[in-house]
Ligand binder design. Structure first.
Ligand SMILES: [Zn+2]
Length: 122
């Protein structure tokens, strides 16, 4: 079961792909609410039904598994760039990305000088 990121039934639609696809029974207009996570409908249009929640949870888990499967490929690609890229800025950026994800980002310290003047109205 694949949930498309962009609805393909009308490629010219300006409607956000995460909006509920149900229609109001009263006004017959498209629902304007946000669809629930992993679903195409909002909570008012069946998104909270146990079967819909279970199906959405399954879809979200499948998407996470796909992302985890891509992680080793992404790391390998970064390693290739670090060792084989011709451009020095590309090698540096790849090395920085690898270090950020394995060692952790360097601590950033921001010093802020501020002065607040409080005028007492009383
Ligand atoms: Zn709805």
């Amino acid at each position: 079961m694949d949930i498309p990121m962009v609805q393909t039934d009308n490629p010219h639609s300006t409607r956000h792909p995460r909006r509920c696809t149900a229609h109001s029974t009263r006004t017959k207009q498209l629902c304007g609410r946000w669809a629930m996570k992993g679903q195409r409908v909002c909570m008012k249009h069946g998104g909270k039904a146990p079967a819909a929640l279970a199906k959405a949870e399954e879809a979200v888990q499948l998407a996470e598994l796909k992302l985890r499967g891509l992680a080793p490929i992404a790391v390998q690609e970064l390693e290739n760039l670090v060792t084989h890229a011709e451009s020095e800025p590309v090698r540096l950026a790849a090395a920085r990305d690898l270090a950020d994800r394995s060692i952790g980002k360097a601590v950033e310290k921001i010093q802020v000088a501020a002065q607040v003047a409080v005028v007492k109205p009383w």
